[in-house]
Design a protein around this ligand. Structure first.
Ligand SMILES: Cc1cc2nc3c(=O)[nH]c(=O)nc-3n(C[C@H](O)[C@H](O)[C@H](O)COP(=O)(O)OP(=O)(O)OC[C@H]3O[C@@H](n4cnc5c(N)ncnc54)[C@H](O)[C@@H]3O)c2cc1C
Length: 299
């Protein structure tokens, strides 16, 4: 009699979780993905798919499905607060010519490739992990509307693909602050509804000043993305007031001028956004600063 396929629990339905499910399935595992959100996430704001990512996607057979939203007619301008501008470089002009896409383009391509052969449960998160020699006993909580149900199940392997502030890591190894080092840097991103007055919707703008910058990311077939970055010595203070107030404080006290003023209003009027600190992952006892990621809370 054939042995049943080993069972893996993958927590998180982002790029990491979906790609892991695809590979585990290919090598004979039975993956189950659980996702905290009640449905597929919004597509995010922008991603540059560089050569390493393109080669990986090609090997996985999903590069064509990911597509390419780079607009060949884009001109990116370096702008000053007073409205002066000159042609500059955008994200898509970086060496390696990244494809400009949305995070959701990768997630959708992966989702379509694994959905028919992988069990997926939404509104579900682990609340306890118990390791034993033959695997892991996991308590899973599923929230459907007002209803909450808990089950306890056995898996041969548990994979935390649940973002930089991973619940799996927390349950298995302890509090986040043991593993994440603040970079004193804030990232805020959203989608633009209206182009900057005086610019075409396919144009990019970059306003870069010491310790702070703002970028727009034009696409074909989608509204442009908008990204603010700034450095701060007091990360906690940035989260004690509404994000737009922190952004206005960080980009002040000088007058904002026409372009920055418009971009700040776009953020203020956005239906959804991310506003978060950048953190480097760090394993206690090893040199710091191996990688950097930003977590969109709930995004
Ligand atoms: C504004 C921005 C721009 C970026 N630009 C680029 C770029 O140009 N190039 C690039 O390579 N990368 C870029 N990145 C980074 C890239 O988006 C991330 O590295 C990547 O999406 C991470 O994927 P992930 O699957 O590891 O985690 P995530 O995308 O964080 O997905 C984690 C998933 O786990 C779920 N989850 C969380 N907690 C739980 C829980 N307790 N139980 C169940 N599910 C849970 C979440 O809802 C989510 O679906 C950018 C990120 C941002 C925010």
């Amino acid at each position: 009699m054939n042995k049943p396929a080993p069972r893996a629990l993958i927590v998180g339905m982002g790029i990491g979780g979906l790609a892991t499910a695809m590979r585990l399935h290919d090598i004979g595992w039975d993956p189950v993905i659980v996702e905290r959100a009640s449905e597929r996430r919004a597509p995010g704001y922008f991603i540059g798919l560089f050569e390493t990512g393109r080669a990986t996607a090609k090997r996985m057979g999903i590069l064509d499905a990911i597509g390419n939203r780079t607009d060949p007619t884009t001109i990116t301008y370096d702008v000053e607060r007073d409205g002066r501008r000159r042609p500059g470089m955008g994200y898509g002009d970086l060496p390696g010519g990244p494809r400009l896409i949305l995070r959701g383009d990768i997630e959708t391509a992966l989702h379509d490739a694994v959905a028919l052969r992988t069990e997926m449960r939404y509104g579900t998160t682990p609340t306890a992990l118990g390791e034993h020699p033959a695997g892991v006993v996991v308590t899973l909580r599923t929230t459907t509307g007002e209803d909450i149900a808990e089950t306890t199940e056995h898996f041969d392997l548990v994979i935390g693909a649940d973002g930089v502030r991973s619940t799996v890591r927390h349950l298995a190894f302890g509090p986040d602050n043991r593993f994440m080092r603040p970079l004193h840097h804030i990232v805020a991103a959203t989608t633009m509804k209206e182009p900057v007055p005086g610019y075409r919707s396919q144009d990019g703008v970059v306003l870069a000043e010491p310790g702070r910058s703002v970028w727009t990311f034009p696409f074909t077939g989608h509204q442009p993305g908008l990204l603010f970055n700034y450095r701060t010595d007091d990360e906690d203070a940035q989260f004690r007031r509404p994000p737009i107030e922190s952004l206005r404080a960080a980009f002040g006290p000088e007058p904002v001028g026409p372009v920055l003023g418009h971009l700040l209003r776009q953020f203020e009027q956005a239906d959804d956004y991310i506003f978060d600190s950048a953190r480097s992952r760090w394993t206690p006892g090893t040199p710091t600063g191996s990688s950097c990621s930003v977590t969109p809370p709930g995004a």
